[in-house]
Design a protein around this ligand. Structure first.
Ligand code: ATP
Length: 293
Protein backbone atom coordinates (compact mmCIF):
# COMPACT_ATOMS: atom_id res chain seq x y z
CA UNK A 1 0.00 0.00 0.00
CA UNK A 2 1.48 3.33 -1.10
CA UNK A 3 -1.32 5.68 -0.22
CA UNK A 4 -4.38 5.94 1.96
CA UNK A 5 -7.48 8.17 1.87
CA UNK A 6 -9.24 8.88 5.14
CA UNK A 7 -11.93 11.08 6.69
CA UNK A 8 -11.23 13.20 9.78
CA UNK A 9 -14.51 13.88 11.59
CA UNK A 10 -15.41 16.93 13.70
CA UNK A 11 -16.74 16.73 17.26
CA UNK A 12 -19.21 18.72 19.31
CA UNK A 13 -19.50 18.87 23.11
CA UNK A 14 -22.88 17.85 24.51
CA UNK A 15 -21.64 19.03 27.90
CA UNK A 16 -18.49 20.84 28.99
CA UNK A 17 -17.40 21.54 32.54
CA UNK A 18 -14.13 22.94 33.82
CA UNK A 19 -13.26 21.58 37.26
CA UNK A 20 -10.12 23.51 38.11
CA UNK A 21 -6.96 25.04 36.77
CA UNK A 22 -3.97 22.79 37.46
CA UNK A 23 -0.61 24.10 38.61
CA UNK A 24 0.92 23.27 35.21
CA UNK A 25 -1.59 25.65 33.56
CA UNK A 26 -3.81 22.95 32.05
CA UNK A 27 -7.51 22.91 32.89
CA UNK A 28 -9.09 19.81 34.27
CA UNK A 29 -12.31 19.21 32.34
CA UNK A 30 -15.29 16.89 32.17
CA UNK A 31 -16.82 16.81 28.71
CA UNK A 32 -19.31 14.75 26.77
CA UNK A 33 -17.78 14.31 23.33
CA UNK A 34 -19.77 13.46 20.22
CA UNK A 35 -18.57 12.89 16.66
CA UNK A 36 -20.62 14.46 13.86
CA UNK A 37 -20.79 13.74 10.14
CA UNK A 38 -18.80 16.81 9.07
CA UNK A 39 -15.28 15.83 7.98
CA UNK A 40 -12.01 16.87 6.37
CA UNK A 41 -10.49 14.59 3.71
CA UNK A 42 -6.93 13.45 4.40
CA UNK A 43 -4.88 11.63 1.75
CA UNK A 44 -1.40 10.35 2.63
CA UNK A 45 1.07 9.19 -0.02
CA UNK A 46 4.46 7.55 0.51
CA UNK A 47 7.13 9.38 -1.49
CA UNK A 48 10.62 8.59 -2.81
CA UNK A 49 12.32 11.21 -0.63
CA UNK A 50 12.61 11.70 3.16
CA UNK A 51 10.59 14.87 3.71
CA UNK A 52 7.06 15.66 4.87
CA UNK A 53 5.09 17.88 2.50
CA UNK A 54 1.57 19.22 2.99
CA UNK A 55 -0.91 20.66 0.51
CA UNK A 56 -4.23 22.16 1.61
CA UNK A 57 -7.22 23.90 0.03
CA UNK A 58 -7.14 26.73 2.64
CA UNK A 59 -4.46 29.27 1.63
CA UNK A 60 -4.22 30.77 5.15
CA UNK A 61 -3.36 27.48 6.87
CA UNK A 62 0.33 26.70 7.43
CA UNK A 63 1.81 23.81 5.45
CA UNK A 64 5.00 23.57 7.53
CA UNK A 65 5.64 22.18 11.02
CA UNK A 66 2.87 24.46 12.34
CA UNK A 67 0.22 22.33 10.71
CA UNK A 68 -1.01 19.56 12.99
CA UNK A 69 -0.90 16.98 10.17
CA UNK A 70 2.80 17.78 9.68
CA UNK A 71 3.38 17.52 13.45
CA UNK A 72 1.65 14.13 13.56
CA UNK A 73 3.69 12.79 10.65
CA UNK A 74 6.95 14.11 12.15
CA UNK A 75 6.12 12.52 15.51
CA UNK A 76 5.60 9.10 13.90
CA UNK A 77 8.70 9.39 11.67
CA UNK A 78 10.95 10.47 14.55
CA UNK A 79 9.58 8.04 17.14
CA UNK A 80 9.86 4.99 14.87
CA UNK A 81 12.87 6.12 12.82
CA UNK A 82 11.10 6.03 9.48
CA UNK A 83 13.20 7.65 6.78
CA UNK A 84 10.70 7.49 3.92
CA UNK A 85 8.83 10.74 3.27
CA UNK A 86 5.10 11.39 3.00
CA UNK A 87 2.95 13.84 1.10
CA UNK A 88 -0.30 14.83 2.83
CA UNK A 89 -3.23 16.37 0.97
CA UNK A 90 -5.63 18.04 3.38
CA UNK A 91 -9.03 19.01 2.06
CA UNK A 92 -10.58 21.06 4.87
CA UNK A 93 -14.30 21.48 5.36
CA UNK A 94 -14.43 21.66 9.19
CA UNK A 95 -14.37 25.36 10.18
CA UNK A 96 -10.96 26.37 11.58
CA UNK A 97 -10.49 27.57 15.18
CA UNK A 98 -14.14 26.90 15.78
CA UNK A 99 -14.37 24.55 18.78
CA UNK A 100 -14.94 21.54 16.51
CA UNK A 101 -11.48 19.94 16.99
CA UNK A 102 -10.75 20.03 13.26
CA UNK A 103 -6.98 20.21 13.66
CA UNK A 104 -6.98 17.53 16.37
CA UNK A 105 -9.02 15.22 14.18
CA UNK A 106 -6.68 15.76 11.21
CA UNK A 107 -3.71 14.93 13.47
CA UNK A 108 -5.42 11.79 14.83
CA UNK A 109 -6.18 10.70 11.26
CA UNK A 110 -2.53 11.06 10.23
CA UNK A 111 -1.41 8.99 13.25
CA UNK A 112 -3.95 6.31 12.32
CA UNK A 113 -3.02 6.49 8.62
CA UNK A 114 0.74 6.24 9.10
CA UNK A 115 0.29 3.36 11.54
CA UNK A 116 -1.38 1.49 8.68
CA UNK A 117 0.74 2.78 5.80
CA UNK A 118 4.01 1.81 7.49
CA UNK A 119 2.61 -1.41 9.08
CA UNK A 120 3.64 -0.28 12.57
CA UNK A 121 0.87 -2.27 14.31
CA UNK A 122 0.94 0.13 17.24
CA UNK A 123 -1.46 -0.78 20.02
CA UNK A 124 -4.31 1.61 20.76
CA UNK A 125 -2.74 2.83 24.03
CA UNK A 126 0.52 3.78 22.29
CA UNK A 127 -1.27 5.62 19.50
CA UNK A 128 -3.38 7.51 22.03
CA UNK A 129 -0.30 8.46 24.11
CA UNK A 130 1.31 9.85 20.95
CA UNK A 131 -1.91 11.71 20.21
CA UNK A 132 -1.91 13.39 23.61
CA UNK A 133 1.50 14.90 22.80
CA UNK A 134 -0.17 16.71 19.89
CA UNK A 135 -3.26 17.97 21.71
CA UNK A 136 -5.74 17.18 24.48
CA UNK A 137 -8.56 16.24 22.06
CA UNK A 138 -6.44 14.00 19.79
CA UNK A 139 -6.89 10.77 21.84
CA UNK A 140 -10.68 11.20 21.63
CA UNK A 141 -10.44 11.75 17.87
CA UNK A 142 -8.78 8.31 17.69
CA UNK A 143 -11.83 6.85 19.44
CA UNK A 144 -14.89 8.70 18.05
CA UNK A 145 -18.56 8.24 18.92
CA UNK A 146 -20.11 9.23 22.25
CA UNK A 147 -17.64 9.45 25.14
CA UNK A 148 -16.87 11.04 28.48
CA UNK A 149 -13.56 12.89 28.47
CA UNK A 150 -11.85 13.77 31.76
CA UNK A 151 -8.50 14.96 33.07
CA UNK A 152 -7.14 17.18 30.33
CA UNK A 153 -8.82 14.97 27.75
CA UNK A 154 -6.73 11.84 28.17
CA UNK A 155 -9.13 9.92 30.41
CA UNK A 156 -11.75 8.55 28.05
CA UNK A 157 -14.79 6.43 28.83
CA UNK A 158 -16.86 5.08 25.95
CA UNK A 159 -20.59 5.72 26.34
CA UNK A 160 -23.52 4.10 24.53
CA UNK A 161 -24.30 5.95 21.28
CA UNK A 162 -26.39 9.08 21.76
CA UNK A 163 -29.74 8.72 19.92
CA UNK A 164 -29.50 9.94 16.32
CA UNK A 165 -30.23 13.62 15.75
CA UNK A 166 -29.73 16.05 12.87
CA UNK A 167 -27.06 18.60 13.71
CA UNK A 168 -27.03 22.17 12.45
CA UNK A 169 -23.60 23.78 12.77
CA UNK A 170 -23.49 27.58 12.78
CA UNK A 171 -20.13 29.36 12.95
CA UNK A 172 -20.45 33.15 13.19
CA UNK A 173 -17.90 35.34 11.43
CA UNK A 174 -16.05 36.22 14.64
CA UNK A 175 -12.82 34.86 16.07
CA UNK A 176 -12.78 33.78 19.69
CA UNK A 177 -9.44 32.93 21.23
CA UNK A 178 -9.46 29.75 23.34
CA UNK A 179 -6.89 31.35 25.63
CA UNK A 180 -9.10 34.42 26.18
CA UNK A 181 -12.09 32.24 27.10
CA UNK A 182 -10.17 30.17 29.66
CA UNK A 183 -8.43 33.20 31.14
CA UNK A 184 -11.75 34.95 31.66
CA UNK A 185 -13.55 31.93 33.09
CA UNK A 186 -14.29 32.59 36.76
CA UNK A 187 -14.52 29.36 38.69
CA UNK A 188 -16.04 30.95 41.80
CA UNK A 189 -19.03 29.76 43.83
CA UNK A 190 -21.54 31.59 41.68
CA UNK A 191 -20.63 29.71 38.49
CA UNK A 192 -23.22 27.10 37.52
CA UNK A 193 -21.44 23.84 36.67
CA UNK A 194 -23.15 21.53 34.18
CA UNK A 195 -24.32 18.23 35.66
CA UNK A 196 -22.14 15.95 33.53
CA UNK A 197 -23.04 12.87 35.62
CA UNK A 198 -26.73 13.43 34.89
CA UNK A 199 -25.98 13.52 31.14
CA UNK A 200 -23.94 10.29 31.42
CA UNK A 201 -26.80 8.56 33.31
CA UNK A 202 -29.40 9.71 30.79
CA UNK A 203 -27.27 8.51 27.86
CA UNK A 204 -26.92 5.13 29.58
CA UNK A 205 -30.71 4.84 29.87
CA UNK A 206 -31.18 6.18 26.31
CA UNK A 207 -33.32 9.06 27.63
CA UNK A 208 -32.88 11.79 25.02
CA UNK A 209 -35.10 14.43 26.67
CA UNK A 210 -33.52 13.94 30.10
CA UNK A 211 -29.97 14.10 28.64
CA UNK A 212 -30.73 17.25 26.68
CA UNK A 213 -32.21 18.99 29.74
CA UNK A 214 -28.73 18.87 31.33
CA UNK A 215 -26.71 19.96 28.27
CA UNK A 216 -24.57 22.96 29.22
CA UNK A 217 -21.17 24.44 28.50
CA UNK A 218 -19.53 26.38 31.35
CA UNK A 219 -17.48 28.37 28.81
CA UNK A 220 -20.68 30.06 27.63
CA UNK A 221 -20.53 32.08 30.86
CA UNK A 222 -17.70 33.97 29.17
CA UNK A 223 -18.63 33.92 25.49
CA UNK A 224 -22.38 34.63 25.58
CA UNK A 225 -21.64 37.75 27.63
CA UNK A 226 -18.73 38.99 25.52
CA UNK A 227 -20.01 37.91 22.09
CA UNK A 228 -23.80 38.51 21.90
CA UNK A 229 -24.01 36.86 18.46
CA UNK A 230 -23.50 33.48 20.18
CA UNK A 231 -26.66 34.00 22.25
CA UNK A 232 -28.54 35.23 19.18
CA UNK A 233 -27.67 32.07 17.22
CA UNK A 234 -28.78 29.92 20.16
CA UNK A 235 -32.10 31.78 20.27
CA UNK A 236 -32.72 31.39 16.54
CA UNK A 237 -31.90 27.66 16.72
CA UNK A 238 -34.40 27.16 19.56
CA UNK A 239 -37.06 29.27 17.83
CA UNK A 240 -36.68 27.06 14.74
CA UNK A 241 -37.58 23.93 16.70
CA UNK A 242 -34.19 22.59 17.83
CA UNK A 243 -34.43 20.29 20.85
CA UNK A 244 -31.31 21.96 22.23
CA UNK A 245 -28.63 24.43 21.20
CA UNK A 246 -25.19 24.86 22.70
CA UNK A 247 -21.79 26.32 22.00
CA UNK A 248 -19.14 23.68 21.15
CA UNK A 249 -15.79 23.74 22.95
CA UNK A 250 -14.57 27.29 23.48
CA UNK A 251 -16.63 28.42 20.50
CA UNK A 252 -17.59 30.36 18.62
CA UNK A 253 -19.50 27.58 16.80
CA UNK A 254 -23.01 26.89 18.06
CA UNK A 255 -24.93 23.73 17.19
CA UNK A 256 -28.60 22.83 17.27
CA UNK A 257 -29.91 19.26 17.53
CA UNK A 258 -33.14 18.33 15.77
CA UNK A 259 -35.27 15.19 15.76
CA UNK A 260 -37.12 16.42 12.67
CA UNK A 261 -35.36 16.58 9.29
CA UNK A 262 -37.88 19.14 8.00
CA UNK A 263 -37.27 21.54 10.89
CA UNK A 264 -33.50 21.11 10.56
CA UNK A 265 -33.63 21.84 6.82
CA UNK A 266 -35.87 24.86 7.26
CA UNK A 267 -33.52 26.26 9.91
CA UNK A 268 -30.49 25.52 7.70
CA UNK A 269 -31.91 27.67 4.88
CA UNK A 270 -32.86 30.41 7.35
CA UNK A 271 -29.24 30.62 8.60
CA UNK A 272 -27.83 30.27 5.06
CA UNK A 273 -29.80 33.29 3.90
CA UNK A 274 -29.46 35.30 7.13
CA UNK A 275 -26.43 37.09 8.56
CA UNK A 276 -25.76 35.29 11.87
CA UNK A 277 -23.81 32.36 10.43
CA UNK A 278 -20.71 32.70 8.25
CA UNK A 279 -20.33 28.91 7.86
CA UNK A 280 -23.46 26.79 8.13
CA UNK A 281 -23.65 22.99 7.77
CA UNK A 282 -26.42 20.46 8.22
CA UNK A 283 -25.22 17.00 9.19
CA UNK A 284 -26.00 14.30 11.75
CA UNK A 285 -24.42 12.54 14.70
CA UNK A 286 -21.80 9.99 13.59
CA UNK A 287 -21.35 6.95 15.80
CA UNK A 288 -18.88 4.38 14.35
CA UNK A 289 -15.74 4.08 16.46
CA UNK A 290 -12.34 4.11 14.79
CA UNK A 291 -11.03 0.54 14.85
CA UNK A 292 -7.59 0.36 16.47
CA UNK A 293 -5.77 -2.84 17.37
P1 ATP B 1 -10.41 22.60 19.52
O1 ATP B 1 -11.89 22.32 19.41
O2 ATP B 1 -9.59 21.36 19.74
O3 ATP B 1 -10.08 23.72 20.44
P2 ATP B 1 -10.51 24.21 17.19
O4 ATP B 1 -11.57 23.61 16.30
O5 ATP B 1 -10.94 25.35 18.03
O6 ATP B 1 -9.92 23.06 18.08
P3 ATP B 1 -8.60 24.06 15.05
O7 ATP B 1 -9.49 24.18 13.85
O8 ATP B 1 -8.12 22.70 15.37
O9 ATP B 1 -9.30 24.69 16.34
O10 ATP B 1 -7.37 25.07 14.82
C1 ATP B 1 -6.73 25.79 15.82
C2 ATP B 1 -5.48 26.46 15.24
O11 ATP B 1 -4.56 25.48 14.80
C3 ATP B 1 -5.76 27.37 14.05
O12 ATP B 1 -5.41 28.68 14.42
C4 ATP B 1 -4.89 26.87 12.92
O13 ATP B 1 -4.12 27.87 12.31
C5 ATP B 1 -3.97 25.84 13.54
N1 ATP B 1 -3.88 24.59 12.74
C6 ATP B 1 -2.78 23.85 12.55
N2 ATP B 1 -3.05 22.76 11.82
C7 ATP B 1 -4.36 22.80 11.54
C8 ATP B 1 -5.22 21.93 10.81
N3 ATP B 1 -4.79 20.81 10.22
N4 ATP B 1 -6.53 22.26 10.75
C9 ATP B 1 -6.98 23.40 11.35
N5 ATP B 1 -6.21 24.24 12.04
C10 ATP B 1 -4.90 23.96 12.14
Amino acid sequence: MNSIKLKAYAKINLGLDVIRKREDGYHEVRMIMQTIGLYDKVSILRTNNTSITVKTNLPYLPVDENNLVYKAAALIKNTYQISQGVHIILDKKIPVAAGLAGGSSDAATVLYGLNRLFHLNLPKEELMALGLKLGADVPYCLMRGTALSEGIGEKLTALPPFPFCYVLIVKPGINVSTRYVYENLKLNDSVKHPNIDAIVSAIKTNDLREAVSHFDNVLETVTVKDYPIIGQIKEQLMASGAITSLMSGSGPTVFGLYDSKEKAERSFYQFKTGNLGKQVYLTGLYQPRLKLS
